[in-house]
Design a protein around this ligand. Structure first.
Ligand SMILES: Nc1ncnc2c1ncn2[C@@H]1O[C@H](COP(=O)(O)OP(=O)(O)O)[C@@H](O)[C@H]1O
Ligand SMILES: O=P(O)(O)OC[C@H](O)CO
Length: 504
């Protein structure tokens, strides 16, 4: 008897598995953090075998915790950190290099070169993306250029590329199925989001053989079945989506204009724009939200590289707090930051600035600045960044959001959500299930195998747990936002020794 849908949520800092029932309730969870590799300043890698072993390990653990068997799993849905790039040998399954993670800035100079060569307009028109090291395309090229023999092997058809969804599906299917879904493909900077095909002109420009690429498919689709040696039976692998798009689906944002913000390692604000890709004039990106049946839904996205990661930094590097949750307590011990701003541009800035050379800054420090001011400034920086992308999104879409749905690890922080409501001057709604990323992947898989019938069933499962209402004076809000903009100006182009540039 099929009782559950298994969602595999492969995130930047941990691999998670959740078993959901028909009401979208969490029945079992297992999670494991894994190693972050920082070989040089600005570089970030993961070991692809860590990704695989932790992910399959937590899946087994989630089954074991409730004594579930593979026959009780109706389908598996996969959701993943996006853009992170893995290249492996199609025969042996050996990765030729570590996964180059979405946050990694190593291809910044090559991206600047592409921009100088005048490729920006063509790439944005086809892919919906600005040229930036964030996306997979230049990361694949880096591997082919820098791993001895990789280019020749790729040209002989011996190597495969995949984002994390492809890597997991290929391994789960017993090294048989090499696919990706449209939402993940749309993060590679190689995919034409209008035709839903890999683009030959961009592939030629970056010198990437088409034979390496997975087959793009809808997000709700039976891609294949698990190798019975993994879970003891064959389970359909029936859904895949990038984690931010999956969260949009899990938040039941099905109508044009519906939006959510996820506070994970980064922060990602996505707005459903329906069956029409909307080109941004304000520093956002256009992305595929999902492919469902023969319909493709698009979204506008503001990608913020450092969200909850600034809290991790306070905890792990600065040792200012013992746990992420403590930040809410310390931040509320002071009235304000005493004029301090922290710009967490640790890996450059994404939307709306797209500056890979920006670096972190703490400004406005005085003799009276204390630990709690810095902690508060770190939390406030998350909310300010979300403010900037929401403003850009409303300008691009011509829509006004009456409220914002939120989710992700840092959405548990009540101080952050209250400050967010204050700087956005609108209510913030936190749902009962904040595991919306995994839930979205479960829904996509469940719809493909008939476990859920339609989107209405999903809308009925969504419930608000708590809303935060704005309570800040407009003058104070404006003053804080002006200070924030000045602080951001100090961090821009910091690492670009050739062209120093500051904005105030
Ligand atoms: N109570 C909290 N307050 C602030 N940040 C938090 C809190 N709980 C978790 N976080 C942050 O949320 C992030 C983890 O969220 P999660 O959604 O699991 O991220 P990811 O999927 O990117 O791994 C971490 O960066 C952590 O610092
Ligand atoms: O793994 P997360 O939740 O930090 O999400 C990362 C994004 O997918 C990067 O684009």
């Amino acid at each position: 008897m099929e009782q559950y849908i298994m969602a595999l949520d492969q995130g930047t800092t941990s691999s998670r598995c959740i078993l959901f029932d028909r009401q979208g309730r969490v029945c079992s969870v297992a999670q494991k953090e894994y190693r972050q590799i920082y070989p040089q300043p600005g570089w970030v890698e993961h070991d692809p075998m860590d990704i695989w072993s932790t992910q399959v390990g937590v899946a087994g653990e989630a089954l074991y915790k409730i004594g579930a068997q593979s026959e009780q799993i109706a389908a598996i849905g996969i959701t993943n950190q996006r853009e992170s790039t893995i290249v492996w040998d199609r025969q042996t399954g050996e990765p030729v290099y570590n996964a180059i993670v979405w946050q990694c800035r190593r291809t910044a100079d090559y991206c600047a070169q592409l921009e100088q060569d005048g490729c920006g307009e063509m790439i944005r028109r086809k892919t919906g993306l600005p040229i930036d090291p964030y996306f997979s395309g230049t990361k694949i090229r880096w591997i082919l250029e820098n791993v001895p023999g990789a280019r020749e092997r790729a040209q002989r058809g011996e190597l495969l590329f995949g984002t994390v969804d492809s890597w997991l599906i290929w391994r789960l299917s017993g090294k048989k199925v090499h696919v990706t879904d449209y939402s993940n493909a749309s993060r590679t900077m190689l995919f034409d989001i209008h035709t839903l095909q890999w683009d030959p002109e961009i592939l030629a420009l970056l010198d990437i053989p088409a034979s390496m690429l997975p087959q793009p498919k809808p997000s709700s689709w039976v891609y294949g079945h698990t190798d019975p040696r993994i879970f003891g039976g064959k389970i359909p692998i029936a859904g895949a989506a990038g984690d931010q798009q999956a969260a949009l689906f899990g938040q039941a944002c099905f109508a044009g204009g519906d939006a959510k913000n996820t506070y994970g390692t980064g922060c990602f604000l996505l707005m459903n724009t329906g069956e029409r890709p909307v080109a941004s004039q304000n520093g956002l990106i256009t992305t595929v939200a999902w492919g469902l049946g023969d319909r493709v839904t698009y979204a506008l996205e503001g990608s913020i590289f450092v969200g909850g990661a600034v809290v991790q930094w306070l905890r792990d590097e600065m040792k200012l707090v013992e746990s992420a949750a403590d930040t809410a307590y310390f931040a509320s011990k002071v009235e304000d930051t005493g004029g301090v701003y922290l710009v967490p541009a640790f890996t450059g800035l994404g939307a709306p600035h797209w500056d890979p050379y920006a670096r972190g800054a703490i400004v406005g420090i005085t003799r009276g600045t204390g630990k709690n001011h810095i902690i508060r400034a770190a939390l406030e920086s998350i909310a300010y960044q979300v403010h900037d992308v929401l403003q850009a999104m409303e300008a691009d879409s011509g829509m006004h959001l009456s409220q914002l749905k939120v989710d992700g690890g840092a959405s548990q922080n009540d101080f952050l959500l209250q400050f967010q409501a204050d700087v956005l001057a609108r209510p913030i709604c936190r749902p009962t299930c904040t595991e919306t990323t995994a839930l979205g992947a479960a829904y996509l898989a469940g719809l493909a195998v008939g476990y859920w019938k339609n989107e209405q069933e999903i809308v009925r499962n969504w419930q608000v747990q708590r809303s935060f209402y704005p309570a800040m004076e407009p003058e104070r809000r404006q003053k804080l936002l002006t200070g924030w903009q000045r602080a951001v100006g100090r961090s821009l182009q910091w690492e670009n020794k050739q062209q120093p540039k500051t904005k105030t």
